[in-house]
Design a protein around this ligand. Structure first.
Ligand SMILES: [Zn+2]
Length: 434
């Protein structure tokens, strides 16, 4: 129904009402406005005036509500337009960052912040970019600002952890990880961060708990168990360092009970036993270790032990026995040749290493040793002078271990690379590429 019809209908109704009231109320009514002031009106006019007054009040209220709504929707539209402009600017910034145009991307995000200093997404993105530029401290400030506006913003918290890791603020990084885990307790990435940070801060007990938590997730397989052993191993070593070698030995034995082939535990258990004077047991542990894992590090330990006891024949027998089981092992022959050279048994050293080279083995450490043997024997000195000159010899042909992860050389075998911290990565440098 149109407005005009509604007005016409209402008008009609009012006219009817007016007529009806007028028929039955012909007399006038006296209305007292205030003391001494009265008006005399026909009854019907008074009723009509009341009806009209009520209607106009309702109309005024409706108009006011409508106008308020219009003003609100205008504000909302303006805000939406602004947000859309920020959104477009933000998208553009992200695109520019992806294209490697960092400066232009930064100015996009900064323009957003000029208008809205607490724009969380822009703050997060700006921080991430500053971190990538190497300024982790500035990144931390941006991400903290974002978290002031939205304390539970996940991306800001994750970015803050990454900033703190870059800035080597381990304690702070761990605290933010804790907050993240309060929001999302099963976040794998955060659990891994927490574990590594706890290790770094020496909180091994907590690290082991975190690792056990991680292991509740399926699909991690053997690597997770191995990591648990490594953490328990670190705990045992920390105990040994504190002087409670009894507790350390117990823990190492427990680790080996769960995983017989965990080389670091077997190595260190032997070292601990040796330190306590239990030589026989140490030797038995290392022999057992070799039998189970065929890791040549056990033979190196035995070699050093027998050489320390002035028993070179036993040291040589270590390799000869091992070679009986694996006659073609390059590693074993190389170690044996090295030992012969160390013992100045130059002919044996030459034969062993020559055999190895004749069988097709070729890697820098082998040539280095062969060069040294020939040099000491006095033959082909001129021919090998060149080799000698380009490859600097180490003292008494001690070829160290090399990390398969970062390539650093280490004299002493350790469970973790001293340079990059990779686990069980130290091995013989017999890689042809090395
Ligand atoms: Zn390394």
């Amino acid at each position: 129904m149109s407005f005009a019809r509604i007005v016409a209908a209402l008008g009609g109704l009012l006219a009817l009402l007016f007529g009806y009231i007028t028929i039955f109320n012909r007399g006038d009514t006296t209305l007292v406005l205030w003391s001494g002031r009265v008006v005399t009106l026909p009854m019907s006019v008074l009723v009509l005036a009341c009806v009209l007054a009520g209607a106009s009040i309702v109309l005024l209220m409706v108009a006011a509500t409508e106008m308020g709504g219009a003003a609100r929707s205008l504000g909302r539209r303006r805000r939406l337009r602004r947000e859309r402009r920020f959104e477009a600017l933000f998208e553009k910034g992200c695109d520019l960052a992806d294209l490697g145009l960092a400066d232009r991307a930064l100015s996009c995000f900064e323009r957003i912040l000029d208008h809205d200093p607490g724009h969380v997404s822009a703050l997060v993105q700006l921080g991430v970019m500053r971190r990538r530029q190497g300024d982790a401290e500035v990144a931390i400030r941006y991400h903290k600002r974002a978290l002031e506006r939205e304390p539970t913003h996940i991306r800001a918290q994750v970015s803050l952890v990454e900033d703190c890791l870059d800035a080597e603020r381990w304690q702070e990084a761990l605290e933010v990880c804790g907050k993240l885990l309060e929001i999302e307790g099963e976040a794998m990435r955060v659990l891994v961060w927490s574990r590594d940070l706890q290790v770094r801060l020496g909180r091994l007990e907590e690290a082991i708990d975190t690792q056990r938590h991680l292991m509740r997730h399926e699909g991690l397989g053997g690597e997770a168990h191995r990591m648990l052993r490594r953490l328990q191993f670190l705990q045992a070593m920390a105990r040994a360092e504190e002087g409670s070698s009894e507790a350390a030995r117990k823990q190492l034995t427990e680790i080996l009970r769960q995983e017989r082939t965990f080389v670091p535990a077997q190595v260190e258990l032997g070292r601990l036993l040796l330190g306590e004077g239990k030589e026989k047991e140490a030797v038995r542990r290392w022999r057992e270790g070799y039998a189970q894992t065929h890791d040549v590090v056990f033979l190196h330990l035995l070699e050093r032990y027998y050489l320390g006891k002035d028993d070179p024949d036993a040291a040589i027998a270590v390799y000869l026995n091992a070679l009986k089981d694996a006659p073609a092992s390059v590693e074993l022959q190389f170690c044996l040749g090295k030992l012969y050279l160390r013992l100045e048994m130059l002919d044996n050293a030459y034969d062993t290493l020559r055999d190895l080279a004749d069988a097709g083995a070729s890697f820098p450490a082998l040539h280095r040793l062969l060069g040294e043997v020939r040099h000491r024997r006095g033959d082909d000195e001129a021919a090998f002078g060149e080799l000698q000159a380009c490859v600097p010899f180490r003292v008494a042909a001690v070829v160290p271990y090399r990390c398969s992860a970062c390539g650093v050389d280490a004299e002493e075998w350790q469970a973790q690379c001293p340079a990059c911290g990779a686990w069980e990565s130290l091995g013989m440098p017999i890689d042809p590429e090395g």
